[in-house]
Design a protein around this ligand. Structure first.
Ligand SMILES: [Cu+2]
Length: 135
């Protein structure tokens, strides 16, 4: 029965490392409601990610005619992708803009910063992530 005891330990070392469910991040700026989803979730060191950025207005209607870019950077130091702004596309015209990120090449603190222009409005909003180095 000693082996069975070890088996229990293998599963989860911490809740955050184990949980598959990651709620979407949300934010608001300038009266726009914003929601961010990423796949994989959580983000993984050594992987790119699919990024989905949803824009809704003050009465919760999707806003589908914006020009949206994002960049990924580490606030702690310079990285090669710091000034690479990726265009996001709202393929279905439902206010959900998608694009692929570059590789998250290091563990640590990352920011996904979204820049969106909707008509005369131009806003920027950052979302913070902490990536765990693989064990
Ligand atoms: Cu770095």
């Amino acid at each position: 029965m000693k082996i069975a005891g070890y088996m229990v330990v293998v599963g989860c070392l911490s809740l955050s490392a184990c949980s598959d469910f990651q709620p979407a991040k949300t934010g608001s700026v300038g009266g726009y409601q914003l929601q961010l989803k990423n796949d994989p979730a959580p983000l993984k060191v050594g992987s790119k990610a699919s990024i989905e950025f949803s824009i809704r207005d003050g009465v919760n209607q999707p806003v589908d005619s914006c020009t949206v870019h994002f960049r990924q950077y580490m606030p702690g130091h310079e990285m090669s992708l710091d000034n690479v702004f990726v265009l996001m596309v709202d393929q279905a015209k439902v206010g959900i803009y998608t694009a692929d990120s570059g590789e998250f090449s290091m563990g640590g603190d990352w920011v996904l910063e979204f820049d969106f222009i909707c008509g005369a409005d131009h806003h920027t909003i950052p979302f913070d992530f902490k990536l765990e180095w693989p064990e």
